[in-house]
Design a protein. Structure first.
Length: 401
């Protein structure tokens, strides 16, 4: 075929089919009527995937991927699925139509075509399958061999920071230095594969609450004894508290120790995520909790104690006394619905880094609680654009002054 004559997709497709079936590129070029140079140019333009070599004339892809591996929901695309995508595109069907036939979301089909199509936008099932296989197996450089970066990560994890928060802070602080940025997934990989990177082997212990298994939702919680006709429920809470537009709305609960024999009270302001810890060294009866709460929140200006939301535990039996002393209405969640105090639940999960489940919480002094609260209040929060709760609360207090 003369070099000046335009070659259409059917000819190129036939060439790719022959090479993928095992024919050397030289023979495949002659079979479709183009020069050897043209055929090799097409192959390089398509990605230049490695071909088999041998004196017996054997050709074809060196690694075409596993053609028998099953696909389906929750799995990578199989060759059979890529073949159906190829047929569907040739028939002019949309990504949504092809996805419905395969039981896949249309976004899966769109990403597959975008990632593994040829440079001219055409899609070839076997070449796409081989390309995906080679991309998955390519050697990847590992980023946690930098001692300075590892020291920063280890220091922040010792303070209870999550890998995701560390990743976000590094991206903010070292915005112009890609070598000092790392994804949270890379940190997790290094923590669980100790031969990769330079993080300490014991650093994975800083990740979570050391819970043996996830607690199932829907278990019976502490409801206390409340007359539904006399209390305010969370549905009565003003709308300004729900959208966090106005500061001064707090959520609270207890962190319980071993056999529920000891406890620490927690209060979190919804808009700033500022934390106050209540010292309960003797017991966590309603009288003790009320006294600790009134003492801690009584120092706040009136506009920063607009409401308090609590679970229906018996420790809040003195809620009327709290409400009167602080001039702040107390609202209660629905029974067995702790997620209605989501800000406080998330904060309690973070606090378990210092106050482990099953431990004796009465050994912690008031100074210990203040130190932990300061650490949490000085931690950057993605929900605050990486400001700290202490910064947001200081700004509110300065406005009041």
């Amino acid at each position: 075929m003369p070099s000046g004559v335009a070659v259409g997709w059917p000819v190129k497709r036939e060439f790719f089919d022959l090479v993928c079936d095992g024919m050397p590129t030289t023979e495949a070029s002659l079979a479709v009527g183009v020069s050897r140079r043209t055929g090799w140019f097409w192959w390089r333009q398509a990605g230049g995937m490695k071909l088999r070599k041998g004196g017996d004339g054997l050709g074809g892809l060196a690694d075409a991927g596993d053609l028998e591996r099953p696909g389906g929901r929750g799995r990578r695309l199989s060759f059979a699925e890529r073949f159906e995508i190829d047929r569907g595109l040739q028939a002019g069907r949309s990504y949504a139509e092809i996805g419905r036939e395969l039981g896949r979301d249309r976004s899966v089909i769109a990403r597959e075509v975008k990632r593994n199509c040829l440079p001219d936008g055409r899609y070839h099932a076997l070449m796409a399958h081989a390309a995906a296989s080679q991309k998955a197996r390519r050697p990847k450089t590992f980023k946690l061999d930098n001692p300075v970066l590892c020291a920063l990560i280890a220091g922040w994890m010792d303070e209870g920071w999550s890998p995701k928060l560390i990743s976000q802070v590094l991206a903010e602080v070292y915005a112009g230095d890609k070598l000092m940025q790392v994804s949270h997934e890379t940190i997790y990989q290094c923590l669980y594969v100790q031969t990769r990177g330079q993080l300490r082997a014991d650093l994975h212990k800083c990740l979570s609450t050391k819970r043996q298994a996830r607690s199932p939702r829907g278990h019976r919680g502490r409801t206390g004894v409340y007359d539904p006709d006399t209390i305010f429920t969370i549905s009565d809470r003003p709308a300004e508290a729900n959208d966090r537009a106005v500061p001064g709305h707090w959520e609270g609960d207890l962190i319980l120790g071993a056999r529920h024999g000891s406890a620490i009270g927690t209060l979190v302001e919804r808009s700033t995520r500022f934390v106050i810890l209540l010292h309960l060294p003797v017991d966590h009866t309603a009288q003790s909790v009320a006294a600790a709460m009134i003492e801690a929140m009584g120092e706040l200006p009136a506009h920063l104690r607009r409401s308090i939301t609590w679970d229906r535990g018996s420790e809040m039996a003195s809620w009327k006394h709290i409400q009167m002393q602080l001039n702040s209405p107390v609202f209660f969640c629905d029974p067995h619905s702790p997620w209605q105090r989501g800000t406080n639940e998330n904060t309690n999960r973070l606090l378990r880094f210092w106050f482990e489940k099953g431990s004796d919480l009465s050994v912690h002094t008031r100074d210990d609680l203040n130190i932990v609260a300061a650490k949490l209040n000085n931690r950057p929060r993605p929900t605050l654009d990486l400001d700290t709760p202490a910064q947001r609360m200081a700004a509110l207090l300065s406005q009041a002054a």
